[in-house]
Design a protein around this ligand. Structure first.
Ligand code: ZN
Length: 202
């Protein structure tokens, strides 16, 4: 318990961040109060605006400000006729930083997990099905995380893509640690995983 109810509330609120426990939250709260009050007010306003305004792209389900995200909006992205499937928006950011991919993405926002009630609908697979039916892709790159759930999701999607006669279905190569997340891999490793992707079938 601190000397102020407002301070207690702030410390509790800061702990919604992964990896921030009570000790770190307390340190951050005092730091903001003592040295960064104005910046913290601005941060609060940015948070409110971001949480209200950031939406999902109608085509790829990545985060965006308008109906369609900047990546889907770029005509050059359609030339490669490649679609890369990832579990989370942070995976798109990691692949973009690796500078080794010029195609489009589809963001699942998770992986198949029937026990948690996450099935094909929650991952937007009817939307992916519709996208693949338009015949604008020659290659589907599965970049789900190398976990049991990620692999099961990749197999499910490969079967879906096979139905649409996509010419090549590949999966990113090893280098991404088993059980890890691709957004935690360094840029060089991720670039080589993408370059050394292997044909994949369900
Ligand atoms: Zn998009």
């Amino acid at each position: 318990m601190s000397s102020s109810n407002e301070l207690d509330k702030l410390i509790r609120a800061l702990q919604i961040q992964p990896g921030i426990g009570q000790r770190s939250a307390t340190r951050i709260a005092y730091h903001l109060l003592e040295r960064r009050r104005q910046d913290a007010v601005e941060l609060g306003n940015i948070l409110i605006s971001a949480m209200h305004n950031i939406k999902q792209c109608r085509l790829c389900r990545n985060y965006c400000d308008n109906d369609i995200c900047n990546i889907c909006h770029n005509p050059e992205r359609y030339h490669s006729r490649q679609l890369c499937i990832v579990e989370s928006p942070s995976d798109v950011a990691a692949i973009e930083l690796s500078n080794n991919y010029q195609g489009l993405y589809f963001v699942l926002h998770g992986h198949l997990s029937p026990i948690d009630g996450v099935g094909p609908n929650e991952l937007g697979l009817p939307q992916l099905d519709e996208l693949l039916s338009q015949g604008q892709f020659d290659e589907l790159i599965l970049a789900t995380n190398p976990t049991i759930e990620g692999d099961a999701t990749a197999s499910f999607i490969a079967a879906l893509a096979a139905k649409h006669h996509i010419k090549a279905i590949s999966k990113i190569a090893s280098g991404v640690p088993l059980g890890g997340g691709i957004d935690n891999v360094d840029q060089k490793t991720l670039a080589s995983s993408l370059m050394n992707r292997r044909p994949f079938s369900a």
